[in-house]
Design a protein around this ligand. Structure first.
Ligand code: 7RM
Length: 652
């Protein structure tokens, strides 16, 4: 256990409830409560039958005879079946109505656009698969993907899956150093990259980063380069090849390679509690089944939808809900290359209006950024095509949820707050938008066949309403199978803290209605005078004050209380941070939650330090709050100047 096993005090109360709009339920993929109950009963009582039925909708070269074998961390799914994820995303649709439907609608940051139908996407993926196999890459080899958000990022992933190559996508915002470490850990034989990509009006020089990393990646033989920006690049003959040149030399028909259900599909790196990133390994069959079903059921995907998940393909959300899930469902995916506020604060809303986007899935940190910019930007655009909204990545504070609901969703769109992790592969806890009554700040109910629980430090279930550690009691199809090269770490980190259960590292509570409220990472949970508080709950209270845009709360060692609460706060435009406001905010928290949560100290700052995926770097703030210098690992920090400014505030 990361901390001593006292109960986590959960004090946030939220009573607003939003049942699904009737019209939404009537048309929903799962909207009928009788059917919902039948599915729920089946998934509970006979999960193997449930997942067998789901997987039958997908194509298997060699049908599986066993659904689940092994147990706990060693569980295998559909073990004796063979399939191919790219075949299921593409070929499977070509004989049906999706053949000429847009698979990807893409907009570049400068405003250029491309649309690929399922047929066209299939051809591009076949071509890239042919190019990769001509380079000598074969089933089981690892290929790095280091790309901007252009269609070729998805094409590269699908081409790897088509050949049984194991891809490892590295977020294009990571440095050459980070790329080098990951490619070495994975043993990559090739990297697929681009000359550059557009971000905030500038070219991000991806090929140059690969060039810098390449000499220190001994396994690397080939670099396949997509021309995107036309920026001049250095060239290493014999190693580097242009995609557009090779593409014109190959055909457009390629037979997908059958792979075992338990063959590796990808490795994706994520940060843990130590400095060394963990390469989570996902396999094919189970991942495919759960990503398919969650996409269809939770995003209610229909053929008329234009679905936009704003995540980069460098994160698990980009893997499961930009590329694989929606394509398995035959949906139309919208993809955007650039920065959210470029060239102006209404870029998102303008694209939603212009493309008639119907489903938007984004992160709370983005929502709070937009909220801070005010209502005028979204109001200027007709977003009446939107019918469903989603959030992922961190707990959403009720203020931001309500703003999303009112200002973006026009009070008509259900919001699916989806809880899951890189490790879980697919969504685990989320509403079904046609069935579940949502509550601002709650991810609500477990998905079919998922058995979460909340336990104390001894692994014993805690009563409803009481906070504790979120665990998953039974193996699920899309779970990561190991940490690449370190199975022992996989076992200790995830499967030993509560024997027999998967340990998520998150704190949560379940209310009397069975809804889950995620309180954040347990290492972000603080113990104040013997009471454990979720930092997110205090942040929510702060953000509910009219002057506050964003808040991050950390603990600071305190002689009397054990830990005291320090809050880093950014204010809305036009608000001045002075002593009077500090007092007001401290009292506001005390009123919202209780005196126990009242921050000892409030620090105003222009911005909070965040990782590139938008998560607040609380560890750095903890070091700062404790009077330290925050010299720890900052390789994932989005904007180092933020940290410098916070240090200065410290001195000033
Ligand atoms: C999908 C993703 C995982 C961590 C997880 C949580 C937090 C994610 C939610 C959430 C509250 C949510 N994968 N988290 N979704 N917290 N509500 N809906 O983000 O591996 O990058 O992060 O993110 O702490 O453990 S991840």
């Amino acid at each position: 256990m990361p901390q001593e096993p006292a109960a986590i005090a959960s004090v946030l109360q939220e009573s607003r409830a939003f049942p699904p709009p009737e019209a939404f339920s009537r048309a929903a993929v799962v909207g009928d409560s009788d059917r919902h109950e039948r599915l729920q009963a089946l998934s509970r009582e006979a999960p193997e039958v449930f997942w067998r039925e789901v997987s039958r909708e997908l194509h298997w070269f060699q049908p599986f005879t066993t659904v689940r074998s092994g147990s706990g961390p060693d569980t295998r799914w559909f073990e004796d079946g063979t399939t191919n994820l790219a075949y299921n995303c593409l070929d499977r649709h070509l004989e049906g109505p999706a053949r000429n439907r847009a698979a990807i609608i893409w907009e570049g940051e400068p405003g250029d656009t491309r649309t690929l139908t399922y047929l066209e996407l299939h051809r591009e993926v076949c071509r890239m698969a042919l190019v990769l196999s001509e380079l000598g890459l074969a089933k089981g080899d690892c290929v790095g993907i280091y790309m901007p958000m252009v269609p070729e990022a998805a094409i590269a992933m699908l081409a790897c899956a088509r050949l049984g190559l194991v891809h490892s996508v590295v977020f294009g915002g990571f440095s050459s150093e980070a790329l080098k470490d990951r490619m070495n850990d994975a043993g990559a034989r090739a990297i697929i990259t681009a000359d550059g990509g557009w971000r905030r009006g500038q070219v991000v020089q991806l090929k140059a980063q690969v060039d810098a990393a390449a000499p220190s990646i001994p396994t690397l033989e080939h670099v396949l380069v997509v021309r995107r920006t036309g920026t001049p690049v250095a060239w290493t003959e014999g190693r580097d090849v242009w995609w557009h040149e090779r593409r014109s030399l190959v055909g457009e028909q390629h037979e997908a390679v059958p792979v075992g259900a338990e063959d590796r599909l990808f490795i994706l790196y994520t940060s843990g509690t130590t400095g060394k990133p963990k390469g989570l390994v996902h396999t094919t069959g189970g991942y495919m089944a759960q990503v398919f079903l969650t996409s269809r059921f939770i995003f209610d995907l229909k053929e008329q939808d234009v679905y936009w998940c704003t995540a980069d393909v460098g994160w698990i959300t980009g893997h499961s809900y930009v590329v694989y899930g929606p394509l398995l469902s035959g949906a139309t995916v919208f993809m955007y290359e650039g920065a959210p506020l470029h060239p102006g604060p209404d870029r998102f809303w303008s694209m939603i209006a212009r493309w008639g986007i119907t489903i938007l899935y984004t992160a709370p940190t983005a929502i709070r950024t937009f909220m801070k910019l005010g209502d005028d930007h979204p109001r200027r655009h007709d977003m009446s095509t939107l019918r469903l909204l989603g959030t992922v990545g961190e707990p959403i504070n009720p203020e931001a949820w309500m703003w999303y609901h009112r200002t973006i969703g026009g009070e008509r769109c259900p919001i699916v707050d989806t809880w899951w992790q890189t490790e879980t592969g697919a969504i685990m806890i989320a509403p079904l938008p046609g069935i579940t009554t949502t509550r601002p700040g709650s991810a609500t109910q477990p998905f079919f066949g998922i058995r979460p629980d909340i336990v104390d430090g001894q692994g014993q279930p805690v009563p409803d309403g009481q906070g504790g550690y979120l665990v998953i009691r039974e193996a699920w199809p899309s779970m990561a199978r190991t940490i690449h090269g370190d199975h022992a770490r996989y076992l200790t980190q995830y499967w030993s803290q509560v024997p027999g259960s998967y340990f998520t590292g998150d704190g949560a509570r379940r209310d009397a209605d069975g809804c889950y409220w995620i309180m954040g990472r347990v290492d972000d949970v603080i113990n104040v005078a013997g009471h454990r508080l979720g930092t997110m709950e205090i942040e929510s209270a702060l953000v509910s004050h009219a002057a506050v845009a964003e808040a991050a709360v950390v603990g600071r060692p305190d002689e009397v209380k054990g830990t005291s609460v320090v809050a880093f706060v950014t204010l809305k435009a036009g608000r001045k941070g002075d002593e009077a406001l500090k007092g007001e905010l401290r009292n506001h928290v005390a009123t919202e939650i209780g005196a126990i949560a009242r921050p000892e100290e409030i620090r105003f700052t222009d911005a909070l330090p965040k990782t590139r995926s938008g998560k607040i770097m609380r560890r750095l703030l903890r070091e700062l709050a404790g009077g330290g210098e925050a010299f720890g690992d900052t390789t994932t920090l989005e904007d180092l100047s933020v940290l410098a400014a916070l240090r200065q505030d410290d001195e000033g």
